[in-house]
Design a protein. Structure first.
Length: 333
């Protein structure tokens, strides 16, 4: 038997896509999302990453890692001596982690319906570690974003704050921040992916995942990572859908043993960028999840400052400390 015969007989253990899944992959994208011709004012202050993904491989075969899984009660495991409480290990894929995160989010997410005249308050903690010196700096960033975007918002990043003026009538931004636009985004992961594409001509329908190009997958990852990283509070169902959509992006993989800002060890989701040096990740760096429940713990990223003569690089570890709905800007809950 040659290698091709062995490959034909090999059972990967993954069920084939059914007709329903194939049909959903060809859903027409939202016309409203594609027909917008207004200029875009991006929210991101980082440069856009242009990523060429090598092929549209199935998300089910995304990077596989080993992660710790407790086989017994957590309290009992913590009571045992270290030598006897080591958890068992099993393989886990990026798809497993992100679908688990979506399931956890759907079970625990809070349903909110803020009024247009209110603000969404978030408090994010960021720990920066300077490369070389190891110096650690802790930042507390508090944002108050206008729910409908019609009022000035107060935004902070790494301890510095500024007023963000409302968008002009001919402007849009990604990811959107106003609640009304966020609610229009699909909570179906495949429809969400398709809605992130842009028509290139009158005959471009963009209605099939099979037709997405390498460059489009790059842009889709960038958009999904931005949505998950920069919009911590979303309408019900949107964040779980974004997790599942992210799992479909070729090149997304899982990495074990990443620590978050609180020192908790989890499994991280990152994205291979073949256009950058080996080992570099796409925008968003790493999203870190608890390895048993897949609850989202926080993110890890890199920040670079200075010039060529005096460059500085920082590892950023961030997590959402709290959030609430307030009636006034700079009003704490």
């Amino acid at each position: 038997m040659n290698e091709l015969d062995e490959l034909r007989d090999w059972d990967a253990g993954a069920p084939p896509l059914d007709d329903g899944a194939r049909h959903r992959a060809r859903v027409r994208l939202f016309a409203a999302m594609n027909e917008q011709a207004a200029p875009v004012r991006p929210l991101w202050r980082r440069p856009v990453l242009r990523v060429a993904v090598a092929g549209t491989v199935a998300a089910a075969v995304a990077g596989t890692v080993l992660t710790a899984v407790s086989s017994g009660d957590d309290e009992q495991a913590r009571a045992k001596p270290p030598g006897n409480s080591a958890p068992s290990m099993r393989e886990v894929s990026a798809r497993t982690v992100l679908y688990g995160a979506a399931a956890y989010e759907r079970k625990h997410e809070r349903t909110v319906a803020p009024r247009d005249d209110q603000y969404i308050y978030t408090k994010e903690i960021t720990k920066e570690i300077e490369k070389g010196t190891g110096k650690v700096t802790r930042h507390v960033d508090e944002d108050w974003r206008s729910v409908d975007g019609s009022k000035r918002s107060w935004i902070m990043e790494i301890g510095k704050g500024w007023w963000s003026e409302p968008l002009k009538p001919d402007e849009t931004m990604w990811p959107p921040q106003d609640w009304g636009t966020l609610k229009k985004l699909s909570t179906d992961p495949e429809k969400l992916i398709l809605s992130l594409l842009h028509k290139t001509g009158p005959d471009d329908k963009n209605d099939s995942l099979d037709e997405i190009t390498e460059q489009e997958w790059s842009d889709i990852h960038f958009s999904l990572a931005g949505l998950l990283k920069l919009v911590p509070v979303t309408p019900k169902g949107l964040r779980p859908a974004a997790y599942e959509a992210l799992s479909m992006v070729p090149g997304v993989k899982a990495i074990p043993g990443r620590q978050d800002a609180k020192g908790r060890t989890g499994v991280a989701i990152t994205y291979d960028d073949p256009t950058r040096p080996e080992g570099s990740s796409g925008f968003g760096g790493y999203f870190i999840f608890e390895p048993r429940t897949y609850a989202f713990l926080g993110s890890q990223d890199i920040r670079a400052t200075g010039d060529a003569k005096n460059p500085k690089t920082y590892t950023q570890l961030s997590y959402l400390d709290s959030w609430a709905i307030t009636d006034k800007v700079k009003q704490r809950p």
